[in-house]
Structure formats: C-alpha cells, structure tokens
Design a binder for this molecule. Structure first.
Ligand code: NAD
Length: 478
C-alpha cells in the first residue's frame, strides 16, 4: 500500500515518508505514506475553506447520491479494505470486513439524512411577522481520529459532516492511515468536488494545531489527555468542539444474572477486538453470591480464546496494535499485581506462528475500585474483578470513576436493571449486553471527561455539524 496526502483534489507527497508494520508479523511492512508538512496542512484547510460555499449549495439530491455511491464502493471493497485494516491494525479479518461494511452503512444512512433536512416555522409575537429557525452547515470541519477504528470512525465523522454541507480535512492516526487513504480514493471516485474532502497524514500536534486554528469545528476522537490539549487549543480560536475520549467501563453482574449470558457479554466486552475498544469492559463489579463462579468461568473463557495472526481463519483475537501499546499492557498487569491484584488468566505474551504483539486475554481478581488498575484506562485485553455486596454498592462502584463512557448490567431483575440504568452516570448504558458494540443510527458518546460537546452518529450528529439560524421576517400581512 502506498498513500499520499489528498489536498484540493490532488494526491500530493508531503515532507517525509513513513511506514506502517503488521502487528501480526512485525517484520512485514504494510504501507508507505507521506507525512504532510505544516504548509500542506495549511493548504488543505484553505482548500476546504474555498470549497465550502460550493458544497453547501450543491444540489441536495446530487449530494445524497454521491454519499450513497461512496457507501456502495466501501461495501463493494469491504474485503480489500478489511484485509488492509487487519494487516495494519491487527483486527481479525471478519472484524476488518465488518467494520468496513459498517463504514459503508454510515454513508448510506447520512445519504438518507441529506434529504431529511428540515427547519421550523413559528408565529411571531409581533403582528405581521413570522419566525423561521433553520440549520446551516457549521463550515470547515477538522476530523482527527484514533487508530482503533481506522475506517468506521473516519466514515461516521466524514459522512455526517459532508451530509450537512460541510467540507472536511481528515487526519487519521499515523499507525493506521491506510483505510483513510482508501476512503479518500473512494470519495474521489464517487465524484466529490475538489477540496470538499482532504486528507493529511502526520503528527497530531503539528497538524492538529493548524487544523484546530483554521477550522470552524473539530470532531476529535482519542485519549482523554490529548482531548484536554485539543480543547485548550480550540479555546483560543473558540473553535466548536466535539470530543470522544477514553473510558474505564464497568459491567455489573448481580446474583440474579443469567450466568451463561453474563459470561458471554463480559468476555465479549473485555477481550474481543483485543480489548481495544473505547467502550470495552475494564471493570467487572460482581455481587458476592456469584463472585467465585464468575471469576472461575471468566478465567476458562479467557483461556479458551484462540489468539493469532489477524488473517488466519481460526483466529478469534488478533494482536495488540503496536509494540508501545503491547509493552504498556504488560506493564499495566505487572503494576496491578504489584498493588495486590491476583492474576487469574493471561497477563503475558502468547507465541504464535509469526512474531507479533500477541497478548493473552487477561483477568485480574481480588481488586478494589481504589486500585490504580481500576482508575486508569488500559486499552488492551485486560479486565479486573471487584466484589460488592448489593446492587446499591454495585452502582456506587460503577459510578466511582474518572470516566463516564459506557456501563452495563447483567441481571434478570427488571427493577435492578432500571435502577442501574437511571443511576448510571455513563453516556451509554447496556442491559444484558456488552458495554461495547454501538449502532450508527443512535447517539454515541460519553459524559465529561469521556466526552465533550454534542454526540456523534444518528441524527444527534446534526447538532454538531450544523449551526442554528433564527430569522424574524416582517411580511406585513396581518
Ligand atoms: P490519541 O489521543 O493518542 O490520538 C488520537 C488522534 O489525535 C491521533 O490522530 C493523533 O495523531 C492525534 N493527536 C495527538 N496529539 C494531538 C494534538 N496535540 N493535537 C491534535 N491531535 C493530536 O489516541 P489513540 O491512542 O490513537 O486512541 C486511543 C484512545 O482513543 C483511547 O483513549 C480510546 O478510549 C479513545 N477512543 C475513544 C472513542 C470514543 O468514542 N469515546 C472511540 C475510539 C477511541
């Protein structure tokens, strides 16, 4: 895979090439890309600014058709893009293909919303007047994305931004730029006018500052600390911000839970996609009556997963994304043991047919919610179990967290499920379902500090990607 920056409808080399490597086979190079210089990023922002009036005025049906075509092309190329995704990020091939199809579906969904745009008409308090409330594009959008959903995440930001009449500059994470290059090729092929979508690759801080300063709005997904820096920068220019950040998501398991279901959703939430989901479960808050059984069954579930090369047909869990994250994960486990956590499954490296960053699904038991391993996001296949006495304590522990993204409960009691749903401070709650696994037609996001600004996806995206205009009209007719 070779990929350049896409600026004003042209493929352009930046200042320096960089490479990506396969986490399933660390000696295999996947792609060579080109890091955009500061002036490249400035030009991309300027191109988006020039293209904005034309795109805003672009025929509504033609805009919808174009987004639909981009969705069609993504789905038609799901195997090719999914394979690249698996090689670059380490997700299994079905996960890579599934994510690409989901990206295509996002484009289809927002294509439909283009023709659903509506305003409101009010009678006026003044005779002979009326009031119109309409929505307009916010303008030039900077989209900055993390490595863990390399095609779906850029897609749901870009599709929504374009649907509401904005132009976009996308900067993907440098570990996984391949899918963003594929998306740019598809948008070019679909016939998007020059400058409406631009892609720049490179360092977050250099490109990020330029993008934030020149944009009308920033849609950012990444770590909470990066989000804080980005927000400080955006404050200087008062750039509108939507931040989707980290999580430390809890799943409560009550004594009355269906244990087969509880173990299934708990292991899915913690370990599928190598635990590299912002909504993945990192804390299990388990009632005393089922604690021992839960720990034992979860350890068995962890040990039963087949870890391996992302492209091998029998692999259930692929590698960790890169060496840095891999070492951080192993250190996280050692630190947890150092503060008294009991390692009941995984915790270390797994040997596979190729040399990769393979880590065993890991379960820590006997932890308390005060321990560091339950306070900091690990962002790997690592989860810890905390014992509690009753539903009230479970809710308090689940909420006692510096993040508020997703939280779930396993219970057969409707009363407890509803009690938890109402009391949870997370932006998304799950009843008898994994904390991860989101749908594109409803709002996505967490409360601060897991999120900031209006939500993504669904029609909620329209709140961020548009501005309200209130118009008072004196028509003189009483
Ligand atoms: P990261 O914060 O390191 O990087 C995210 C993006 O920001 C990258 O493109 C990076 O280049 C860029 N960046 C870095 N410094 C910047 C700066 N100063 N200014 C502007 N941009 C900058 O995150 P990551 O390691 O790529 O992703 C993992 C994190 O993302 C985890 O914390 C995870 O929870 C979070 N995440 C959240 C959601 C959500 O919806 N809430 C979804 C996916 C991932």
């Amino acid at each position: 895979m070779e990929g350049l920056n896409f600026i004003d409808g042209q493929w352009r080399a930046g200042e320096v090439p960089f490479e990506t490597w396969n986490p399933s086979d660390i000696d295999e190079k996947v792609g060579t890309y080109s890091r955009a210089s500061a002036s490249d990023v400035e030009e991309a922002m300027a191109a988006a600014r020039r293209a904005q009036p034309g795109w805003r005025a672009f025929n509504m049906q033609a805009r919808a058709d174009l987004l639909r075509k981009a969705g069609d092309l993504l789905i038609a190329r799901a195997k090719e893009i999914g394979t690249l995704l698996s090689r670059e990020e380490g997700k299994t091939l079905p996960e890579g293909i599934g994510e690409t199809i989901r990206a295509g579906q996002c484009f289809h969904y927002y294509a439909g919303l283009v023709v659903a745009a509506k305003g409101e008409w009010f009678d006026s308090m003044r005779d002979g007047h009326n009031v119109l409330v309409t929505r307009e594009p916010v303008g030039v959008v900077a989209a900055i994305t993390p490595w863990n959903f390399p095609i779906a995440l850029p897609a749901w930001k870009v599709a929504a931004a374009l649907a509401y009449g904005n132009t976009v500059v996308l900067k993907p994470a440098s570990y996984v730029p391949g899918c963003a290059v594929m998306l740019a090729r598809i948008l070019e092929e679909a016939g998007l006018p020059a400058g409406v979508f631009n892609l720049v690759m490179g360092s977050g801080s250099t490109a990020g500052d330029i993008m934030i300063d020149a944009a009308d709005a920033l849609s950012f997904t990444g770590g909470t600390e990066t989000g804080r820096q980005v927000l400080l920068r955006a404050a200087q220019t008062m750039t509108k911000c939507q931040l989707e950040l980290g999580g430390k998501n809890a799943l409560v398991v009550l004594d009355d839970a269906d244990m087969d279901l509880a173990v299934a959703i708990a292991s899915n939430g913690a370990w599928i996609q190598t635990g590299q989901r912002c909504t993945g479960t990192e804390r299990f808050v388990v009632q005393a009556g089922v604690y021992d059984q839960f720990v034992e069954r979860m350890a068995d579930a962890a040990n039963a997963y087949r870890i391996g090369h992302a492209l091998d047909a029998d692999t259930q869990i692929g590698p960790v994304v890169n060496g840095r994250q891999f070492n951080e994960n192993l250190q996280f486990v050692r630190d947890a043991q150092g503060e008294g956590a009991e390692l009941v499954a995984g915790g270390g490296e797994v040997e596979c047919r190729t040399r990769g960053y393979y880590m065993a699904p890991t379960l820590l038991a006997g932890t308390s919610n005060k321990m560091t391993c339950n306070r900091h996001e690990s962002f790997g296949p690592i989860a810890a179990v905390i014992k509690v006495d009753d539903v009230e304590e479970a809710i308090a522990v689940a909420n006692d967290c510096d993040f508020a993204l997703s939280a779930g409960i396993a219970t057969t009691s409707l009363k407890h499920a509803e009690q938890f749903r109402r009391a949870s401070n997370a932006g998304m709650t799950m009843v008898n379902a994994p904390t991860a696994g989101l749908e594109y037609h409803v709002p996505l996001g967490g409360r601060s500090p897991s999120g900031y600004g209006s939500r993504e996806t669904g029609t909620a995206a329209g709140e961020f990607f548009t501005e309200i205009k209130t118009s008072y009209i004196n028509h003189g007719v009483i």
